[in-house]
Design a protein around this ligand. Structure first.
Ligand code: A3P
Length: 283
């Protein structure tokens, strides 16, 4: 085990996981034994890319804009995490078609997925905003991290010494799926509900789509307490775990110095050279 800030981490196949949230044997079990079924849909993201937003949208698409489900059932029961113990067992016993979420990198994802017709929706977000979002998320808690300063967090982020490892590798590896029919790539900056409906084979009327938009807006989500961590983890300090922080693209500009942004850019160019992803597309 090693510490980032105040939090203990363990490494599994090159990826650091916060020890208070994850267990090595569960990560291994979900990769090797968990059976993904053809009719499943999996929301996959690098942390802080808009996971909860997409979960809300997909749930609302399923109910054609009716908010009853999202307002009465917590996020992690509507779309359980593949890589945590309680939710993995929830998923195993769940009737299909199942919706589930994961932050797992490509090489740790359930092997059964690659033999299935299940769908993956992957969200990509400007990594500078992902970084700032993660920095503030971890700032006041010892649950996942407690970075001393943005500067040190940037250094760790660029090396992949943050929860779930390197953003660059996560993104690059998952993007290798982008030509597959069962893979949809979305960006936080350009979240398109209609594209999601098409991918999921759902046809919604314009007024139903309006409801999806209405109930998945930043403000509506902030008021819906069903994503709030405090209803399950009474044992941890959750004061600083603000999931709904600002919800805008480009907040990094308020926090990075010019030198930090230039350095980030340089590393981005090196690491993403072989992909077609450009920072400019994500702002
Ligand atoms: P910020 O910290 O930049 O505000 P995740 O769900 O993957 O943890 O991502 C969290 C980020 O998504 C936070 O970013 C949060 O504010 C943003 N977010 C959540 N719901 C949103 C919504 N409805 N619209 C826009 N951004 C949203």
């Amino acid at each position: 085990k090693q510490f980032f800030g105040m939090s203990a981490y363990f490494w599994f196949e090159g990826i650091p996981f916060p020890a208070m949230l994850y267990k090595r044997e569960i990560i291994k079990e979900s990769r090797d034994k968990f059976v993904i079924r053809d009719e499943d849909t999996v929301i996959v993201t690098y942390p802080k890319s808009g996971t909860n937003w997409l979960i809300e949208i997909v749930c609302l698409i399923q109910t054609k804009g009716n908010p009853k489900w999202i307002q009465s059932v917590p996020t992690w029961e509507r779309s359980p995490w593949i890589e945590t113990k309680k939710e993995l067992s929830m998923l195993i016993n769940m009737e299909g078609p199942r919706l589930m979420s994961s932050h797992l990198p490509f090489h740790l994802f359930p092997k059964s997925f690659f033999r299935s017709k299940a769908k993956v929706i992957y969200v990509i977000r400007n990594p500078r905003d992902v970084l700032v979002s993660g920095y503030f998320f971890g700032r006041n808690t010892n649950l996942i991290d407690n970075p001393e300063s943005l500067g040190t967090y940037i250094e760790r982020f660029l090396k992949g010494n943050v929860p779930y490892g390197s953003w660059f590798e996560h993104t690059r590896d998952w993007l290798s799926m982008r030509k597959n029919d069962n893979f949809l790539l979305l960006s936080y900056e350009d979240m398109k509900e209609v594209t999601i409906c098409d991918f999921l084979g759902k046809k919604l009327e314009p007024d139903e789509l309006d409801l999806v938009l209405k109930y998945s807006s930043f403000q509506a989500m902030k008021e819906n307490k069903m994503y709030n961590f405090s209803i399950i983890r009474k044992d941890v300090n959750i004061n600083g775990l603000v999931l709904m922080r600002k919800g805008v693209p480009g907040d990094w500009k308020n926090h990075f110095t010019v030198a930090q942004a230039e350095n980030f850019d340089k590393v981005f160019q090196e690491k993403m050279a072989e992909t077609s992803v450009l920072l400019e597309d994500l702002s």
